[in-house]
Design a protein around this ligand. Structure first.
Ligand SMILES: *Cc1c(COP(=O)(O)O)cnc(C)c1O
Length: 470
């Protein structure tokens, strides 16, 4: 494919409003009226709402019921000026955050720590702005912990290839080396390969519960045991599964041990803004022991601006988002999460059965509710494109080429699972009948697979530049 056509296709997708709405690249001399601004924002909302609301997206909006959103908007409005950096003005923000962390820890095995175990055994943590920040914070924590404790200056992270890109981002940001481990035939981290990769510089072993690409839970007890044997950290990335797996287990689904009940697990990330059903911009990072958590904090004692400290990367933070996350947790309650999880897992079972009826497709591994599939006979990206034409927004995966659907409460609405399976059957039939039709993302993924990674990265930088073009 011609690289020029390729960028034009991407631009067409990124900037659909170019000729539809007025563009603004310098401040209007006189501010627009509020009605006018609201009208524009509403018009944009109207164009985008139906697709996610009707359940055409993979992940993206995890709850999305109108009453739920209205309720959280009310909470946000009540707390919209709050900033936890000013604890004197908004001690309420600290209450919300402390309780969000405590509830999340309790859900993820904190009860297994004996009551009198002391601060260095207690499960503790902080709120962050999202899964990526939780992961970055944990990796920085291990870097500083290992340097302080063992004098390690060239720290290494061991993570399966399926672990989220945020671990690679952390390694790049913090001058750490990421050692990627292959998966076994079930798409789980290969434990023997992890064992072989451990060096005196290893500071943390990572596992996912489950992984973003394939929705598969890594063998956490084996990974944690290796970490414990070597006196290093074991981080469980439960960004996706933290608010699903505890309830799936209660519902009787086969959930292997993955949380702080596993002795060697030293930290976890769990996203309130995914299956926690809170608005975007919140996540929780948890540690076994306050000693470890201290390496996350930033403190300075000699700045002319005063004694300054912050638990996470940001300075000022939106207290309203913590209020909304707290409101989500306490309004859902355990029963609410169990019911949501039951609906999601039942819908997932129906969709998996539907995909298995399509002989050209094959599900990767044995996932619970994030379902990745590929084809041994068709170009799976063409199948994805034919789904895009039918309104769907699925996630493209690579190495191996595959596509996934992360099932949310949106898909539990009546008729959505059937629509997905029927559209998928039709998409597969289309590709079989017309494999020569190459539009959409298929040629782009084809190109990405056939040129050096450095060139793909250059193209991605250009793509990000394009995002910031007015
Ligand atoms: C979504 C996700 C992340 C990253 O979370 P963001 O909120 O997008 O930053 C990390 N790990 C897993 C397993 C995820 O699913």
């Amino acid at each position: 494919m011609d690289p020029f056509d390729f960028m034009k296709e991407l631009e067409r997708q990124l900037k659909p409003y170019k000729d539809v709405f007025p563009s603004t690249s310098r401040l209007p001399e006189y501010g627009l009226s509020r009605e006018e601004v609201l009208g524009l924002v509403r018009a944009l909302r109207d164009r985008e709402q139906a697709r996610w609301q009707k359940g055409y997206a993979s992940g993206a909006v995890y709850h999305g019921d109108e009453e739920h959103i209205d309720f959280l908007n009310q909470v946000y409005a009540l707390q919209s000026q709050s900033n936890p950096l000013h604890a004197d003005l908004w001690p309420s923000a600290l209450k919300f955050e402390a309780e969000v962390v405590a509830m999340t820890a309790d859900m993820l095995g904190a009860r297994s720590v004996p009551a009198g175990a002391g601060p260095n055994a207690k499960i503790c943590g902080t709120v962050s702005s999202g899964g990526t920040e939780s992961i970055l914070l944990a990796m920085k924590t291990y870097r500083d912990w290992a340097r302080d404790r063992n004098g390690i200056t060239t720290p290494e992270i061991i993570a399966p290839v399926s672990a989220h890109a945020a671990f690679d981002k952390a390694a790049q940001y913090f001058g750490m080396r990421l050692v990627r481990i292959p998966l076994d035939s079930e798409y789980k981290a290969d434990v023997e390969a992890v064992r072989a990769a451990i060096t005196p510089n290893t500071v943390v072993i990572v596992g996912s519960a489950p992984s973003f690409p394939h929705g598969i839970i890594d063998p956490i007890p084996a990974l944690a045991a290796l970490a414990q044997e070597h006196g290093i950290g074991c981080h469980v990335d439960a960004c996706l599964g933290g608010f699903v797996l505890p309830w799936a287990e209660k519902l009787g689904y086969p959930v292997p041990p993955f949380d702080f009940r596993v002795p060697g697990v030293t930290s976890m990330s769990a996203d309130t803004h995914k299956y926690g059903y809170a608005p975007k911009g919140s996540s929780v990072v948890l540690y076994r022991g306050q000693d470890l958590r201290h390496y996350q904090y930033y403190t300075t004692a000699d700045w002319p601006g005063g004694l300054y400290f912050s638990p996470t990367f940001a300075g000022s933070r939106p207290g309203a988002l913590s209020a909304a996350a707290w409101a989500t947790l306490v309004s859902m309650g355990e029963k609410g999460y169990i019911e949501a999880t039951r609906r999601i897992l039942e819908t997932a079972a129906a969709i998996k059965a539907g995909v298995r009826e399509i002989p050209e497709l094959r599900i990767l591994g044995d996932p619970l509710w994030v379902i990745a599939f590929t084809s041994d006979t068709l170009n799976i990206y063409q199948v994805m494109d034919r789904m895009t034409e039918r309104g769907w927004s699925l996630n493209a995966l690579q190495r191996p080429p595959a596509v996934h659907l992360a099932i949310t409460l949106r898909h539990t609405q009546p008729g959505v699972a059937e629509r997905f399976v029927n559209d998928l059957k039709a998409a597969v039939a289309d590709v079989k009948a017309h494999p020569e039709v190459q539009t959409g993302m298929a040629p782009i993924y084809g190109l990405a697979a056939s040129v050096p990674a450095a060139l793909v990265q250059e193209i991605l930088r250009t793509y990000i530049d394009m995002m910031y073009e007015v």
